[in-house]
Design a protein around this ligand. Structure first.
Ligand code: ADP
Ligand code: GLC
Length: 483
């Protein structure tokens, strides 16, 4: 069994702000089937501490960024975990990154430096009996572990940096350097230096043995100045070790045949039952009980990345064709306000739920005709995978993982029986409007629409193939290091 230390700032079901948490929570079980034993290192947020079972202290710090701290080994849910119990850093309510005043916690550098330090120590043998072959760091919050391992002597496992979203980079003032446990020469172009400051993600990208991101298209996109967000230079330099592995979803949690959130569970042979879910969703959200209307769903963070600012402008096109919108999301206040205003102006046609609601997310997937994901950029995206599995036809922007997971149902694709959704150019209200018109027209052809839904439902969105790809990468890296 290969031993893997996965390091991350969130993991479902304890703490999740988006897809990152889902991936970190689900990948270990899939990797176990590929002969890889994962230990997941997480910050000791209140919800993680509550979930921890059989926690025992396996390493202690007299002083870690402000106060004593401990590493606890145990289990949390289905995960084997190492938890960094540092109350001065992590005993805080709510969102893991953002303070109640809406700003990032001012000590995020210290909080996630501590996570990196603990991960590097564990990887180097601080925990008796634990000697991982590979350290897998997720996003900037975990990236410092890779730099610390690079610059230290002694045991060093293989390192893999996975980018879930290049927009979040962990850039901090350079005077932090002495507190990070890094030597002065780490502050260099091929180290942690990033435009005169310190870049946690930059360091991980510069120094990891392998870099992965969550779709092949995003792996290519981020090497361009347009999508590289300042890191494209490093990524071009490291293109030889960069690859894309798609995300999967937990096909037990997301299974329309057994989904307890749905009024009428269903499968590809009983798609008629979706009408019951659709009616229940319309009733719950106060939408008109109109069986003929194209019902479009959105489940998303409300941000510029997700193209949510395009939505208010595209709504007239949807309304003009008699369509309805069921939106669930939260995020930028301005976008929340704009979408809520659209709902107020169009009662019975547009329903906007601001907040986070797992049940409603499932009910939207199980009830809407089409699920819209108009992202400007999308490393992978999980909601379109859920939509495929639920027979909600995905309508997605041609970007990153959206482009890699949805096959546009153009005439040729329909003739070849391969289309699974509608794909349109990102960043344009007009293209979004046309895409909605296309969906409405496709839905009028009942036979083809059913084919489209069934093909989507047959698409393999599980973790099986991605886990095989990660396993191949981890095994190859481990073999290389043994020599
Ligand atoms: P990102 O991580 O960029 O936000 P993903 O599509 O990878 O996007 O993952 C988002 C996950 O969070 C999906 O599983 C989606 O269903 C879920 N999600 C997003 N917003 C909400 C919400 N308001 N309520 C419930 N689930 C949500
Ligand atoms: C990020 C990306 C999203 C991806 C998720 C999990 O949040 O925005 O596209 O699916 O990470 O990898």
């Amino acid at each position: 069994m290969l031993s893997l230390l996965s390091v991350a700032s969130e993991a479902f079901p304890f703490v999740k702000t988006g897809g990152l948490g889902e991936v970190v929570g689900a990948l270990p079980a899939a990797l176990a089937r590929e002969g890889i034993a994962t230990t997941t290192m997480l910050p000791g947020y209140p919800k993680v501490m509550d979930a921890l079972r059989d926690g025992t202290i396996v390493h202690s710090y007299d002083f870690l960024h402000g106060a004593p701290a401990h590493l606890l080994a145990g289990r949390a849910g289905a995960l084997e975990v190492l938890v960094l119990d540092a109350p001065h850093l992590f005993t805080r309510p709510g969102n893991p990154y953002v303070a109640p005043d809406g700003n990032d916690w001012p000590d995020n550098a210290q909080r996630f430096a501590a996570l990196g330090i603990a991960a590097a120590d564990a990887a180097r043998g601080a925990v008796t009996g634990f000697a991982p072959d590979i350290v897998h760091a997720h996003d900037w919050q975990a990236a410092l572990a890779i730099a610390l391992l690079h610059y230290s002597a002694g045991r060093r496992p293989g390192t893999v940096m996975t980018v879930h979203n290049l927009a979040f980079q962990g850039k901090f003032a350079r005077d932090l350097l002495p507190s990070l446990g890094l030597p002065p020469h780490a502050f260099s172009h091929d180290g942690v230096e990033y435009y005169g400051d310190i870049g946690f993600l930059k360091a991980g990208l510069a120094l990891a043995d392998r870099i992965t991101t969550v779709s092949p298209t995003y792996a290519a996109e981020i090497r361009s100045t347009e999508h590289g967000m300042g890191l494209d230079g490093v990524l071009r330099h490291r293109a030889g070790v960069l690859s894309g592995i798609l995300n999967g979803i937990d096909t037990e949690i997301w299974d329309p045949a057994t989904d307890a959130h749905l009024v009428a569970p269903y499968d590809a042979r009983r798609l008629g039952r979706r009408a019951t879910n659709r009616a229940a969703l319309q009733a719950r959200l106060g939408l008109d009980a109109d069986a003929g209307a194209l019902l479009v769903g959105v489940v998303s963070r409300l941000t510029w990345q997700k193209g949510m600012d395009l939505l208010p402008e595209a709504l007239p096109a949807l309304l003009a064709m008699g369509g309805q919108l069921a939106l669930l999301g939260s995020g930028d206040f301005v976008l929340e306000e704009a979408l809520a205003a659209a709902a107020t102006a169009n009662p019975g046609r547009i329903a906007v739920t601001i907040g986070y609601d797992e049940t409603l997310a499932h009910q939207i997937q199980g009830g809407v005709d089409a699920l819209l994901v108009p992202s400007r950029f999308e490393p992978c995206g999980l909601t379109q995978l859920c939509a495929l599995r639920y027979g909600a036809v995905p309508v997605v922007a041609r970007s990153g993982g959206l482009a890699d997971t949805v096959i546009d149902a153009n005439e040729m694709a329909m003739a070849a029986e391969t289309g699974t959704g509608v794909v349109f150019a990102p960043g344009s209200v007009e293209a979004l409007g046309f895409a909605l018109e296309r969906v409405a027209a496709m839905r009028r052809n009942t036979r083809e629409w059913l084919q489209l839904q069934r093909r989507g439902m047959k698409t393999d969105v599980s973790w099986t193939r991605p886990a095989q790809q990660y396993a191949a990468l981890f095994h190859a890296l481990a073999a290389e290091r043994i020599g």
